[in-house]
Design a protein around this ligand. Structure first.
Ligand code: NDP
Length: 493
């Protein structure tokens, strides 16, 4: 484990719980996982494999195929060949398959949750209570639209599927992102090639088994594992649409490559959300929202509330409460049901967090970390607060994507809006106040795709999600998330 800054908080006893580890017996790992193409698992033509590990222990879990451009081409051909039959099915028939996937996810939720935690490092209580239920909910929700597409967009011609969708997803919510991508695409009648992130391929491959068991026609869903090069090959392949979730840097590169090709594109990129606490907010409730906003999933969340803006009169009171609350967070074994903050997803991500935190210290911000014992092996970072942060500091501008909160203050609502909007991003924001009129006033002025009021990190499949500015374009969730997978002009394949 890389060096960490020494904790600066007072050494007081946190809550002590007996450990309550979730058993991993339910997961049957295979030694090797091939590519899922045309309904079968196949050896990669590239001949290359990579090892996927548990970031909490650094122990290898399995070998996974690395798809080369030839493999991606075969997957795209399989998806193309499957379009006719899939689009030809009545919507009610397609819905049955999507419902079947949803039900299987519910039935096997524990297995998926444990595997998600083993491969990604997130606390089991989050995979169990958030990732899996929401993933199933997305399949249920979009299954319901499959036979109602003609009524979904009143006043517009009957929509048709766009054809083959190439979908690239990140490592922070592997199953949930797969569901966000696959469910609307399938319900709308498209076929897909999905590329999971290099560090978290295993739940997508388990999902491939579910898709096999659900009897989806071969080629409707294809899953190609690999790293950035595999994603690049998918972007270059003859697909009709690219849906990407990941970093702004890669999103920009994809936009450049797809420009002028006629490929449709949606991008869900980074964020630097402001969580704004007014002096009249219920402070204890706000503390829970702030903690959830930044420490949920170790802060590996595009919409994480990574900047806290506090109105000056309540700054001292809120900071004291936050520091107290930080000391009760349980950091460690993600499979322990009491764990609040699990492992950082990869060594590369840990190094990025460390570099940005060091820049915060160098630039003069004041760091606070509660005392906590970190495991010897694996990738870990203590929950961290920064005060004395200026707008120009890198920790106030750049996405850290880790358990690090930058705290700034404001005096007036106008100043809060000015500061909140002063980043290249525009994905989400939170407003804490007892005044409904102020919530509406703020929501009208915040350049953020989602504004939560007196809560944070709430998701629902019926509700659209997406960004402004460098957070991307296009929406996922709800009817808005269905639209990018449909064409209304009769030009689709
Ligand atoms: P990336 O954007 O690199 O990864 C997202 C997905 O894109 C992964 O499947 C990745 O593959 C793939 N990919 C990488 N390069 C290319 C390419 N040239 N063409 C097509 N696909 C590609 O994110 P990182 O994992 O590198 O994370 C870096 C930073 O991005 C984080 O620190 C965070 O700030 C931000 N991020 C934001 C996310 C969000 O939800 N908005 C999610 C993840 C990261 P592979 O993983 O195999 O390299």
């Amino acid at each position: 484990m890389a060096d960490q800054i020494e904790p600066t908080g007072p050494v007081t006893a946190a809550w002590e719980y007996a450990s309550a580890p979730e058993s991993t017996d339910i997961v049957r790992l295979e030694d090797r996982y091939g590519l899922f193409i045309n309904g079968e698992f196949a050896e990669p033509k590239s001949g290359r494999w990579f090892t996927t590990i548990n970031p909490a222990t650094e122990e290898p879990l399995a070998e996974v195929a690395e798809a080369g451009s030839e493999d991606v081409a075969v997957a795209v051909e399989a998806a193309r060949a499957a379009t006719g039959a899939w689009q030809g099915l009545p919507g009610s028939e397609r819905a049955k398959y999507v419902f079947r996937i949803a039900r299987q996810l519910q039935e096997r939720a524990r297995e998926f949750a444990v595997l998600e935690t083993m491969n990604g490092g997130k606390p089991i209580k989050e995979s169990r209570d958030v990732d899996l239920p929401l993933a199933a909910a997305h399949f249920f929700y979009y299954a319901g639209w499959a036979d109602k597409l003609g009524y979904a967009f009143p006043g517009r011609p009957t929509p048709r599927p766009v054809g083959v969708a190439g979908q690239i997803i990140p490592w922070n919510f592997p199953m949930l992102m797969a569901a966000w991508k696959l469910a609307p695409a399938l319900a709308a009648g498209n076929t897909v090639v999905l590329k999971p992130a290099e560090t978290t391929p295993l739940t997508a491959l388990l999902l491939a088994q579910v898709i096999q068991e659900a009897g989806l026609p071969p080629g409707v869903v294809n899953i190609v594992t690999g790293a950035g090069e595999t994603g690049g090959a998918l972007v270059d392949a003859p697909v009709d649409k690219i849906a990407f979730t990941g970093s702004t840097e890669v999103g920009k590169a994809i936009r450049r490559v797809t420009a002028g090709t006629g490929k449709r594109l949606t991008l869900e990129l980074g964020g630097k959300a402001a969580n704004i606490v007014f002096e009249d907010a219920p402070l204890d409730q706000a503390v829970e929202g702030v903690i959830n906003g930044i420490f949920f999933n170790q802060g590996h969340v595009c919409c994480a509330g990574s900047r806290l803006l506090v109105q000056e009169p309540v700054f001292d009171a809120l900071l004291t409460k936050l520091k107290d609350r930080l000391q009760t967070l349980s950091v460690g074994d993600p499979l322990d049901k009491n764990t609040d903050v699990g492992a950082i997803n990869s060594r590369a991500q840990l190094e990025k967090i460390e570099e940005l935190v060091a820049s915060g210290v160098d630039e003069g911000a004041e760091i606070y970390q509660p005392p906590c014992d970190l495991p010897e092996r694996g990738f870990w970072f203590r929950p961290t607060l920064f005060t004395g942060v200026s707008q120009s500091h890198r920790i106030a501008q750049e996405e850290i994507f880790g358990p690090v909160l930058s705290i700034l203050t404001f005096r007036t609502p106008e100043e809060a809006v000015e500061k909140a909007n002063n980043t290249p991003y525009g994905l989400s924001a939170g407003v804490w106040t007892e005044k409904g009129s102020r919530i509406l006033w703020m929501a009208q002025r915040l350049r953020a795709g989602v504004v939560w009021a007196n809560t944070f990190n709430r998701f629902d499949p019926t509700s659209p999600f997406g960004g402004y500015k460098e957070s991307g374009f296009g929406r996922e969730g709800g009817l808005h998330g269905l639209e990018p997978y449909l064409t209304f002009d009769g030009s689709a394949s």
